[in-house]
Design a protein around this ligand. Structure first.
Ligand SMILES: *[C@@H]1O[C@H](CO)[C@@H](O)[C@H](O)[C@H]1NC(C)=O
Length: 432
């Protein structure tokens, strides 16, 4: 665009110069020959000739200076356009990641959108699409108030989903699932990578930086199927306060601000479930041994407490999740350690080289040294007891504990890293 504007200036100047040149030639042609025709006695004639000569001189000087300006413009223009042309083939184009905001009937979607717009480094690289189910007028007004800053989509089918009688109370979950399928089909028509954000999530300042940096990993490592901004055990007091750079692999699908690629959507879409899509994704048939990347300190925070999920859960855990506040320049960091072959080895070593401690040692504050330590659990039940007592999430989905990687859950308690780990030699989860 800049180059185009440069050309307009260039041609304008050129036209002006041609006009000046024509004028000079015209005046010259009209001048009598200086040697013969200048008649000293004719005062009137001398005056006219002198005047014309002065004008011609002036015009010539003007022409010269304009010529200089023209050269300057041309130099500038060439330099700028050449610079642009040279840069493009050298750097791969920045990938576009679409942000899909799932909305329904909460006008507080404003808080979500305001933060997304405030922190996104580029509107071109992170187009925001709000898909609003439910047809709620006030929420639609809020979304419309953003004008062309966001794209507002609304599914046509808002009718109740036909559900088995015993699932009448779960109608909301059916609608959510239908909405996800519809909205993801829309966005993946135009984009190859999408971050899904629910309308009750607030994002951290480096939310976009995090996803931009992890996209190449997601693309290159087939053992990954998502990147999530969420740590299920990310409450204040359970994470390393100076661990904002720390990232992990997890076998547990966290959701809550997560990125997926079109290839995965094409794989999941044909069998997308009628309800409870997130637990469906956590099943071995869908997950197929793949992991997600998740941060030590969450890059999303949920502020909504009315919703389809229970408010009690929000009161107990979600509202205390720590939202990262300092910007980590993830795109400048070496994230190779997250690749499966590198990660698996170093993680196993880190966990199983750590000295084993008992639950009593932890509770009584009898740990010596800085850690890390390993707390071994022998069954799902013993994990639940430890988790409950320590204050972390104690549930399993398809046999995987929240945040777990190869059965290991990591927490940071009173300044020490503790791995709650199965006995060495772990091979697989028990989804029963
Ligand atoms: C990045 O990290 C990997 C593994 O952690 C290491 O092997 C590699 O040398 C690092 N690359 C650079 C450029 O530091």
């Amino acid at each position: 665009m800049r180059c185009q504007r440069g050309s307009v200036i260039l041609y304008g100047t050129l036209l002006f110069l041609i006009w000046n040149a024509v004028l000079v030639l015209f005046l010259r042609a009209r001048l009598p020959d200086q040697g013969t025709k200048r008649v000293p006695n004719n005062d009137d004639n001398t005056d006219v000739v002198g005047e014309v000569l002065r004008v011609a001189d002036m015009l010539e000087k003007e022409l010269e200076s304009q010529n200089k300006i023209l050269m300057e413009i041309q130099k500038l223009k060439l330099g700028r356009c050449a610079g642009q042309k040279k840069l493009k083939p050298m750097l791969p184009p920045d990938p576009v990641i679409s942000v899909l905001v799932m909305a329904c009937n909460r006008v507080t979607v404003r808080r979500c959108l305001d933060k997304l717009i405030e922190y996104r480094p580029s509107a071109e690289l992170f187009p925001i699409i709000v898909s609003q189910d439910c047809g709620h007028a006030e929420t639609a007004d809020v979304i419309r108030s953003y004008g062309s800053t966001v794209t507002h989509l609304m599914p046509v089918d808002l009718a109740d989903v036909a559900v088995p009688p015993e699932h009448k109370m779960f109608q909301g979950y059916y609608k959510i699932s239908r909405h996800y399928r519809w909205a993801l089909n829309q966005v993946f028509r135009s984009y190859s990578a999408v971050i899904i954000v629910e309308d009750d999530l607030e994002v951290a300042p480096d939310f976009f930086e995090y996803f931009r940096a992890t996209l190449p990993l997601l693309r290159s490592d087939p053992s990954l199927w998502c990147v999530s901004a969420w740590n299920d055990n990310g409450r204040q007091g359970f994470v390393d306060p100076s661990g904002s750079r720390l990232l992990y692999r997890t076998d547990f699908f966290p959701g809550l601000g997560w990125m997926l690629l079109r290839e995965l959507w094409e794989e999941l879409e044909p069998t997308w479930p009628a309800a409870f899509w997130d637990d469906w994704m956590r099943k071995p048939e869908q997950r197929r041994g793949r992991a997600c990347i998740r941060p030590e300190i969450s890059r999303t925070l949920t502020f909504g407490r009315q919703g389809v999920s229970l408010g009690q859960f929000y009161d107990k855990y979600l509202q205390y999740i720590k939202l990262n506040s300092d910007f980590v320049p993830f795109t400048q960091l070496n994230l190779t350690y997250l690749k499966e072959d590198v990660y698996k080895k170093s993680f196993q070593k880190e966990v199983y080289d750590a000295p084993a401690v008992s639950f009593e040692d932890i509770q009584q504050g009898a740990l010596e040294g800085g850690g890390p330590f390993r707390l071994q659990y022998s069954s799902k039940d013993s994990f639940k007891v430890f988790a409950q007592s320590l204050g972390i999430m104690n549930d399993f989905k398809s046999g995987v504990p929240r945040t777990g990687y190869r059965g290991v859950v990591t927490v940071f308690l009173k300044g020490r890293r503790i791995y709650i780990a199965p006995p060495p030699g772990w091979t697989e989860y028990d989804p029963s």
